[in-house]
Design a protein around this ligand. Structure first.
Ligand SMILES: [Zn+2]
Length: 312
C-alpha cells in the first residue's frame, strides 16, 4: 500500500509551499503535480532537483517503467507519445468530468470510461515505482484539482489523505491577476493568470468542490494559508502530527530547511533556495483596485460565510 498526502485547493493558495513543507518532513517525499508529468517529459522540463525530468534519478526511472509497461514514450516505438497521453489526462482533469468521476467506485473498474481506466492503470505504476524508489516514503502530491483527487482515489493500493489549503480570495485574485516574472525561470513554467473577478468566481466554485470531495476521505484536513504563513512552525507541527509525520526542521520560527525534492510543475518557488523564510503576504491590501476588492467580496461572500461556520 502506497500512502499519499494529496494537497488540494484553488490556484495560488500556497499548495506548492505546503507540498514542499510536507515533503521536508522526514520520511516524506514531495513530487509536485503528477497530472503535468507527461507534458514535463514531452517538453523536457527541469525537475526541482535541477536535472531534466528524463535524467532525474526518480522521474527517469518512472519513465523507463511506464514506457515498458504501458507504451508511453517519446520515440517512434512508443504506442502513445507523452504529448498524446498529456492530452488524454487533460481531457479528464476538467470540472465537467467531476460528476461522472464521483459516480465511479474503486471496486468496479469495469465501469470506468476507457480513458479513466488507462490513466488509473498508469498512475498505479507511477505510484508503485515512486514508492519503491523512495523507500516507502509518504508521497506528497499537489495536483490540487478535484478531478485529480477523484481519479487518484480509484488507483488500487493507494491510501489518500487530502489536505485542503484555502487562502483569502483577495490575495489569490491579486496573485492571479498580476503577472510575475521569475529570474532564471522560463515563462512556460509559470502558471497562467486571470482577472481578479474571474479568479474569485473560480475560487467560489473550487473551494467548496475541493472540500466536498476531500472530506470523503479519512483524515481530511482543512487548513488556512494565512495561519500557515503567520505561524508556520506550530501549524506544521500540528499538521505533521495529524498525518503521523515528524515535522520539518525549522532553523528559526519562520525559516525552514527544505530537503531535496523532485517536484513537477507548480509555483516556480520550487526552484528556490533550500532555506526559505515564510512570510505573511498582504500585498492584496493595497494592490487591488476598489472595484476589484468590492467584486471579490461580493462574489465570494457565501463561501467565506460557510468557511467561517466550519471554523476554517
Ligand atoms: Zn528530480
Amino acid at each position: 500500500m502506497v500512502r499519499l498526502v494529496f494537497v488540494t485547493g484553488w490556484m495560488r493558495s500556497g499548495t506548492t509551499l505546503l507540498g514542499e513543507l510536507l515533503g521536508a518532513c522526514p520520511g516524506a517525499l514531495t513530487v509536485g503535480e503528477l497530472t503535468h508529468i507527461w507534458r514535463a517529459y514531452h517538453r523536457e522540463d527541469p525537475c526541482s532537483c535541477g536535472e531534466l525530468v528524463s535524467a532525474c534519478p526518480l522521474w527517469g526511472v518512472v519513465a523507463e517503467v511506464v514506457g515498458s509497461r504501458h507504451g508511453i514514450g517519446a520515440g517512434p516505438d512508443a504506442a502513445i507519445s507523452y504529448d498524446e497521453f498529456h492530452q488524454l489526462v487533460f481531457g479528464i482533469m476538467t470540472i465537467w468530468r467531476v460528476p461522472g468521476l464521483r459516480r465511479l467506485r474503486p471496486d468496479r473498474p469495469d465501469q470506468f470510461p476507457p480513458d479513466v481506466a488507462r490513466l488509473v492503470e498508469v498512475m498505479r505504476t507511477v505510484f508503485e515505482v515512486v514508492g519503491k524508489i523512495s523507500g516507502d516514503a509518504r508521497i506528497v502530491e499537489t495536483s490540487k484539482s478535484p478531478a485529480a483527487l477523484l481519479t487518484f482515489g480509484l488507483v488500487p493500493e493507494l491510501q489518500i489523505t487530502p489536505v485542503h489549503i484555502v487562502r483569502d480570495p483577495r490575495a489569490v485574485a491579486l496573485s492571479e491577476s498580476r503577472s510575475r516574472r521569475w529570474s532564471g525561470v522560463s515563462d512556460r513554467l509559470i502558471p497562467r493568470g486571470r482577472s481578479a473577478v474571474r479568479s474569485s468566481i473560480y475560487w467560489s466554485v473550487f473551494v467548496p468542490l475541493c472540500h466536498l470531495i476531500g472530506r470523503g476521505h479519512p483524515g481530511y484536513r482543512l487548513l488556512r494559508y494565512e495561519r500557515l504563513a503567520a505561524r508556520p512552525q506550530p501549524t506544521m507541527t500540528t499538521l505533521a502530527a495529524a498525518l503521523g509525520l515528524t515535522p520539518p526542521t525549522f532553523l528559526a520560527p519562520t525559516i525552514v530547511q527544505f530537503t531535496e525534492s523532485h517536484l513537477i510543475a507548480g509555483n516556480p518557488s520550487r526552484f528556490g533556495s533550500r532555506i526559505r523564510e515564510i512570510k505573511v503576504d498582504e500585498r492584496w491590501r493595497t494592490g487591488l483596485t476598489r472595484f476589484e476588492r468590492s467584486a471579490i467580496i461580493l462574489i465570494t461572500a457565501p463561501v467565506r460565510l460557510v468557511l467561517r461556520l466550519l471554523r476554517a
